[in-house]
Design a protein around this ligand. Structure first.
Ligand code: MTE
Ligand code: MO
Length: 357
């Protein structure tokens, strides 16, 4: 990945125009409609014929399986409400900017995913003694690192067998939209989005660690390009606020009237429950505690609210989540070569001015 420090590059613009974030005003909704949920696709969206498509489960298993969509849909089903966030969320705030999808803070969404628990499918296939990893292959192909490949990510057998991990054919009660993985995708709660493989057609159980590109090379926290780095997994805590008032076009600076403004937002962490959200209106010098509500489930964002007394003038609004493990958000980003997991606090410029007309 190369770096950029100035204006956006054509490569970044290409990615930004194909993939899209969730407009932050959609934080009003507990469940994000598919059209507003963020989308990230490395290669092209494949067109899949659901009548000939099959899910194969093989590798180090006692009973290799092939399932049609109909057969899958006949198995016992669950619905999980899951907040997904891209590991690159916050990348464009880094300097120099690693050149990839230039997310600011909008690579997030929460959906109700319905399908078959992965654990029950693995159970049917019966992993052999000594199974350690499970990989998930998408049907989409492209060139990365000079090699033509399918998008494929692995999990440990323990991560794959966790409750809540689902092989989903429905999003918000409807068949998956093409851009979210029709006809079938994996959804791994608590983990950054890259684990949730879309257009899934092959599950492979391994008796050694899976060293595919997306695990061994991409999605690692590296100090530099030559650093082997640490693998990324769970989402760091983050709180976002619904930008208050109205936006100025095109800067998106917010305009509000002085007085009482109710701020609302959502907060999540892949490491545990969010137990605290703090708000600052002076760029992070002083903080006050917001009220955190109940999330719609153990794998989804929690709502929060704060009564803000806004004085006339310019403010820099910030919010910060802390989870039950004590993990929180830094005021300054920590740079890494891939531009991953930057959970620095959100900063929004707000101008409070009484109406003059
Ligand atoms: N097959 C496949 N699965 C994929 C990807 C991809 O490019 N191909 N992108 C991953 C990444 S990086 C993210 S953040 C999530 C995004 O899921 P969404 O587009 O449904 O929000 O999908 C993941 N699953
Ligand atoms: Mo991602």
């Amino acid at each position: 990945m190369s770096d950029a420090s100035g204006g956006i590059t054509r490569e970044e613009l290409q990615l930004a125009a194909r993939n899209h974030g969730m407009p932050l005003e959609a934080l009003r909704l507990t469940v994000t409609p598919p059209g507003l949920h963020y989308v990230l696709t490395h290669y092209d969206i494949p067109v899949v014929d659901p009548t000939t498509w099959r899910l194969s489960i093989g590798g180090h298993v006692r009973r290799p399986l092939q399932l049609s969509l109909e057969e899958l849909r006949a198995l016992p089903r669950i619905t999980v409400t899951v907040t997904l966030e891209c590991a690159g969320n916050g990348r464009a705030l880094l300097s120099p900017r690693p050149v990839s999808q230039p997310w600011l803070l909008e690579a997030v969404g929460t959906a109700e995913w319905t399908g078959v628990p992965l654990a029950s499918i693995l159970d049917r296939a019966s992993p052999g003694v000594g199974a350690v990893d499970v990989s998930f292959r998408g049907m989409d192909r492209g060139v990365e690192d000079g090699r033509t490949q399918n998008f494929e990510r692995g999990l440990s057998l323990a991560e794959a067998s966790a409750p809540g991990v689902v092989v989903a054919d429905e999003m918000n009660g409807r068949p998956l939209p093409a851009q979210h993985g029709f006809p079938l995708r994996l959804v791994v709660p608590g983990t950054y989005g890259m684990a949730s493989v879309k257009w899934l057609d092959l599950i492979t159980v391994h008796d050694r660690s899976f060293e595919g590109y997306q695990n061994a090379t991409a999605y690692r926290l590296r100090a530099s390009e030559d650093d082997p780095g640490e693998p990324l997994s769970r989402m760091s805590p983050r709180a976002l606020v619904i930008p208050p008032g109205v936006p100025e076009f095109p800067s998106r600076v917010r305009h509000v009237r002085p007085g009482r403004v109710t701020l609302r937002g959502r907060a999540w962490s892949g490491w545990g429950r969010v137990i605290r959200v703090d708000v600052s209106d002076d760029g992070g010098r002083s903080w006050a505690k917001a009220a955190v509500g109940e999330p719609p489930g153990p794998y989804a964002w929690a709502p929060w609210a704060f009564e803000w007394d806004v004085g006339e003038g310019e403010h820099e609004l910030c919010c910060r989540a802390t989870d039950e493990t004590g993990r929180t958000q830094p005021l300054e980003p920590s740079w890494n070569a891939g531009g991953y997991a930057n959970n620095e606090v959100q900063r929004i410029r707000v101008v409070a001015q009484a109406d003059r007309d």
